[in-house]
Write a protein that binds this ligand. Structure first.
Ligand SMILES: Cc1cc2nc3c(=O)[nH]c(=O)nc-3n(C[C@H](O)[C@H](O)[C@H](O)COP(=O)(O)O)c2cc1C
Length: 389
């Protein structure tokens, strides 16, 4: 019987367990996108995860939709990331960089005033946080990339991949999910092009495949390159009319690339589906409702699930051969020792989402969640002393 906390062979990389710390934007970089020392501490504290995926990181500045998120486009950023990867490796961990070009998702006040780009000129009907004005409508001044410009963007991914390798990462996850630039090419609603990157189902997958091919070329092997997708998700203003046809072709093409993995995010919440009104659904049936069935049937390699998992769901999905690896997002924010908590049956600390983002470089909400033994020691220290008379 496969076990969640047993090791897993991800191509040539041995993972000590099947837990993946999911990519999580925390907005703790400098305004210029340089990683800060507290980020190194945060990732190193979580090094017992089978694999860590970094927060979304931009390959070029106009792909920075949010404030204070890191990039991998300059020497300074590369050097700062090296301190992160060294810290993780010193603790025995493994870390991939998630490459995230936000495309039309964001606002130019967050990226130094650069015009944001997309497959087409339609804006995303969604809100974004800015330091200056709080939550505002995302940019409405979206530039539809010309064919030549698309090739330039693909080249920026290549250059960023060279830096990612030089910075000591173990691999790259292409962010193809959640309404960002690759998703803006995939979507039959967002992409209205009629060149080599749009107009047919197949051509809508072309941007992702060409970016992946460049990442593979930069790395020298496809075995350290993964991708995250989110079929049918409604987030960041993205929608898809016929996701099944799109993702069937995409997965067929991903098979040919022999990647490290395909990760996906569920469009709904497992925990909410298993809640009121669905009490009669067995866990297996709950999983049937999710894209992992669809992906498992079509994709021959390693599959990673994410979205509202807990140890029990993950173990069941593993036993039913639904998925190979399991992302824990919010639980990893609040439990640096999530692997040990699961191994020894220790309680999992709930996350405080009010402390998720930013904070002007503060450690609060980032590095100050204790391990369980630390939690016990703190509780013991707080106990009143009982003097024996
Ligand atoms: C604070 C926060 C930031 C996130 N940032 C990213 C990101 O940068 N890239 C990404 O692919 N997913 C991002 N996600 C989604 C997570 O990787 C994961 O898919 C999601 O949280 C579901 O897992 P969970 O239910 O275990 O939290 C983020 C989630 C949270 C909570």
């Amino acid at each position: 019987m496969p076990y969640l906390l047993d090791k897993f062979q991800l191509k040539d990389l041995t993972l000590p367990n099947r837990l993946v710390m999911g990519p999580m934007t925390r907005a703790k970089a400098t305004p210029e996108g340089v990683p800060t020392p507290i980020m190194a501490t945060q990732y190193a504290q979580r090094a017992s995860a089978g694999l860590i995926i970094s927060e979304g990181t931009w390959p070029e500045r106009c792909g920075q939709g949010y404030c204070d998120i890191p990039g991998i486009a300059t020497q300074e950023q590369e050097d700062a990331w090296r301190t992160v990867t060294d810290a993780v490796h010193d603790k025995g961990g493994r870390i991939f960089l998630q490459m995230e070009h936000t495309g039309r998702v964001g606002h130019e006040v967050n990226n130094g005033g650069l015009q944001m780009v997309s497959s087409s000129s339609q804006p995303a009907d969604f809100q974004i946080y800015t330091h200056e004005q709080g939550m505002i409508q995302m940019t409405t001044d979206v530039h539809a990339l010309t064919t030549d410009e698309v090739h330039e963007v693909i080249d920026s991914y290549y250059k960023a991949a060279i830096r990612t390798k030089a910075a000591g990462f173990d691999g790259i996850e292409l962010h193809g999910a959640s309404g960002y630039l690759p998703h803006q090419f995939l979507s039959d609603v967002a992409n209205t092009r009629d060149d080599e990157f749009g107009g047919t189902l197949y051509k809508r997958t072309e941007f992702l495949v060409q970016v992946l091919s460049k990442l593979i070329e930069a790395w020298g092997t496809s075995h350290r390159i993964g991708i995250k997708i989110s079929p049918n998700i409604r987030f960041n203003g993205i929608s898809e009319e016929d996701p099944d046809s799109t993702y069937a072709i995409l997965l067929e093409r991903l098979n040919e690339l022999d990647l490290a993995y395909v990760a996906f995010k569920t469009p709904e919440s497992l925990r909410s589906l298993s809640g009121p009104g669905n009490e009669d659904l067995a866990d297996g049936e709950i999983w049937h409702r999710y894209p992992n069935e669809f992906i498992r049937e079509r994709y021959q390699g390693t599959v990673i699930a994410s979205g509202d998992l807990n140890q029990e769901y993950a173990q069941k999905a593993l036993e039913n051969d639904k998925t190979d690896l399991f992302v824990f997002g919010r639980d990893y924010m609040s439990n640096p020792d999530l692997v040990e908590r699961m191994r020894y049956g220790w309680p999992v600390t709930p996350v405080d989402m009010r402390r998720a983002y930013g904070g002007g470089g503060a450690e609060v909400g980032n590095n100050d969640y204790p391990t369980y033994p630390e939690e016990r020691a703190q509780a013991k220290a707080a106990e009143p002393e009982h003097k024996v008379s």
